[in-house]
Design a protein around this ligand. Structure first.
Ligand SMILES: [Cu+2]
Length: 175
């Protein structure tokens, strides 16, 4: 079979490009580097979340700290966020702490800068101040001044991924 030399050259170039791309995929999959959330590196045993102090079911949700700031503890599991409704004050420092008992999840809240991956084995932390007027542009008002926004998963995590969301209610700052 006659193959034109120019065509032969391009077959080689294309093959080398494919080899480089496949090689980089295999390298990142099997090299001894581990993925971790960009926020902070805090390890946790994902199989024992329910036995941990912080991520036990009864301890999830919103806690107000002595200095007036708020800490929110959330478990992201297939297919939902727990607790399913989170009420936080606007224009107040909020620390979100997320962990997952199963697979990789993502987390995004429209109108805020809350956007992180939630990776098994790690706690993801987001520190933010939610601006009332910015959230108001994308939220649904609940009649008491509260702003309802979804908190949803943006990393494909399985068949129920598109049902995976929770509600965040942003209330006006008190006083
Ligand atoms: Cu998902």
């Amino acid at each position: 079979m006659h193959v034109d030399p120019l065509e032969k050259k391009w077959v080689w170039i294309a093959s080398i490009m494919v080899a480089i791309m496949l090689g980089s995929i295999f390298y990142t999959a099997f090299a001894p580097i581990r993925m971790h959330p960009p926020s902070n590196v805090e390890a946790i045993d994902s199989t024992q979340l329910h036995l941990s102090e912080e991520f036990a079911e009864d301890n999830l949700g919103v806690k107000t700290n002595p200095d007036g700031s708020v800490t929110v503890t959330v478990v992201a599991g297939r297919y939902g966020f727990y607790p399913q409704e989170i009420v936080v004050p606007a224009d107040t420092p909020v620390k979100f702490r997320f962990a997952t008992p199963d697979v990789l999840h993502g987390l995004h809240v429209p109108g805020t800068n809350v956007d992180t991956m939630v990776i098994p084995g790690y706690v993801s932390e987001v520190n933010t101040v939610i601006n009332y007027d910015t959230v108001a542009k994308v939220a649904v008002k609940d009649g008491n001044g509260g702003l309802r926004v979804p908190l949803y998963c943006n990393e494909y995590c399985g068949l129920g991924h598109h049902f995976m969301w929770s509600r965040l209610v942003v209330t006006p700052k008190q006083g």
